[in-house]
Design a protein around this ligand. Structure first.
Ligand code: NAD
Length: 501
């Protein structure tokens, strides 16, 4: 549990949201919510009991029949209204993110904008839910398929994208006609409650969208709840694995996205300045707390020394500071514990620390400046672990084949990128590499909303990626209808297995 640092006497209570209204928890357990830029506690978030989770699920269950029966045209209308309100309030949401997560305001606004793209995709739900139809599949027989919602579905989300990742889940879920229970990260929960208010204002009926805060108690109550049909999870790999195993053991459909160790390969023919700009942006943006952050640079051949020099030249120019300050480019980390854990890799993570972010760092808050470690290899702690902070590692290899082997041997398979001017090698990389999202001269290849997001290997448990077409699949199940309208006069008993005629 995070230590309270200089806690003010009164902190803002952050309550659940059930049936279209705030719901004050009665468990007596709360978690501290900090402003990471100052290190001071700003809020106390309710931690739910299993009974409170059940209350939210019952609200969602009661709202389901009417919501699924609403015409798709009306649901689309409400989604358009949500889109307008989220767009109108995107900076208000971003300010909440900066205050609790610490990311700089421009980055927070970018997060909301990428989430909005998923909402916009879901405005096309009439088209997305179209089924298939075969006339005269057999003589006088038509066959058609339809997609129907699952019922009550739940989302459990991480701290690093407190607005966007929930949007990846609730937008397609409710567009498909499900009702939703969100359990956001307890570290930055306010954006979810603010979103709930916007959804209500947009015309989402009470009970369709609920927020329940908490820790493992709330998560376990969701995973074991008999009235929840499906669970989407995004977070670290050990918890993703646990969530997937527990949810599926309880008969639920589950997609659980886990952690990452994203490699960016730089070939000798790459433009050094472009590769250095990309590496610095992708490693230190959002203080490295992105599941698609570049954390390992794989320098091929003689590219390492000039590339490292170019990165070292850029690091002092990265402005580290309070995310509310328009001049800041990189904010603090989420908690003191996490900052200290990330910093420990500079102490004994292995390799050769070229830039130590503990030096030249703001005194208040949970800051760590950009750091660079050369000479990392598999087997070293700083190579093997997902650090999830502003620490970029460099490994040196002689050939393209060695570089690809490193990526493919890694247990994670979220994102990866290659920087080269050789289209043939880039195409071979796309063919060879074992990862779910691949960038060619693009360091953070987060797919646009009409594709789906997800990794391979230990970065995803389950079959379906999140949002886009696979998100629509995940939140619906298909039904195939076979129909005929024969003349009753032709009817007769036939005990044989139905065959096409
Ligand atoms: P986390 O796994 O600690 O927490 C995620 C959620 O699980 C939170 O809601 C939390 O309350 C809950 N949780 C935590 N411990 C639990 C436990 N023991 N039992 C049950 N529930 C528990 O992750 P985080 O620190 O909030 O987020 C960072 C991680 O998320 C990183 O590993 C990052 O790579 C990953 N992430 C992955 C993606 C992706 O798309 N693959 C996207 C964003 C973040």
């Amino acid at each position: 549990m995070t230590d309270v640092v200089d806690a003010p006497a009164a902190v803002k209570p952050i309550n659940h949201w059930i049936s279209g209204a705030p719901y004050a928890g009665s468990s007596g357990r709360t978690g501290p919510v900090f402003n990471p830029a100052t290190g001071r506690q700003a809020g106390a978030v309710d931690f739910a009991t299993a009974e409170e989770v059940d209350r939210a699920v019952q609200a969602a269950k009661a709202a389901f029949p009417a919501w699924r029966a609403l015409s798709i045209a009306k649901r689309a209308e409400i989604l358009f209204a949500i889109r307008e309100l989220v767009h109108e309030h995107r900076v208000d949401i971003a300010k909440i993110l900066t205050a609790e997560h610490g990311k700089v305001l421009s980055d927070a606004t970018g997060e909301v904008t990428r989430g909005l793209e998923v909402i916009e995709f879901c405005c096309g739900i009439p088209h997305l839910l179209k089924g298939g139809m075969t006339e005269q599949a057999s003589t006088g027989v038509d066959v058609y398929s339809i997609r129907q919602p699952l019922g009550v579905v739940a989302g459990i989300t991480p701290f690093n994208f407190p607005a966007m990742v929930p949007m990846w889940m609730w937008a397609p879920a409710i567009a498909c006609g499900n009702t939703f229970v969100l359990k956001p990260s307890e570290k930055d929960p306010s954006a979810s409650v603010y979103t709930a208010q916007l959804l209500k204002e947009a015309g989402v009926p009470d009970g369709v969208f609920n927020v329940i805060h908490g820790d493992k108690v709330a998560v376990d109550a969701i995973l074991e709840h008999r009235d929840i049909a499906a669970v989407s999870f995004v977070g670290s790999t050990p918890i993703a694995k646990y969530v997937y195993e527990t949810a599926t053991a309880n008969g639920k459909r589950c997609q659980a996205l886990g952690g990452a160790k994203n490699h960016m390969i730089v070939l000798p023919d790459a433009d050094i300045d472009m590769a250095a700009d990309a590496a610095v942006s992708a490693a230190y943006g959002s203080a490295g707390e992105r599941c698609m952050a570049v954390s390992m640079l794989v320098a091929v051949g003689d590219v390492a020394d000039p590339l490292i020099d170019a990165i070292k030249a850029r690091i002092p120019n990265v402005k580290v500071g309070d995310g509310m300050d328009a001049a800041s480019e990189m904010g603090p980390l989420i908690t003191r514990e996490h900052r200290d854990k990330v910093a420990s890799y500079l102490e004994d993570g292995g390799g050769d620390v070229l830039v130590d972010g503990r030096e030249d760092c703001p005194d208040d808050g949970f800051f760590l400046s950009p750091s660079l470690i050369d000479g990392l290899e598999p087997g070293m702690r700083a190579y093997d672990d997902e650090i999830f902070g502003p620490v970029l590692g460099v490994t040196r290899v002689a050939t393209y084949d060695e570089a690809v082997r490193l990526v493919n041997d890694n247990p994670y398979g979220n994102g990866t990128a290659i920087f080269t001017r050789d289209g043939g090698v880039a195409r071979q990389f796309q063919f060879d590499v074992q990862a779910g999202m691949v960038g060619i001269n693009v360091p953070i290849p987060v797919p646009v909303a009409y594709y789906s997001f997800g990794g391979w290997k230990a970065s995803l448990f389950g079959d379906r990626h999140i949002y886009g077409p696979e998100g629509i699949d995940f939140y619906t199940r298909s039904k195939v209808v076979t129909s005929r309208w024969p003349d009753p006069a032709t009817s007769k008993v036939d005990l044989g297995f139905p065959q096409t005629r």
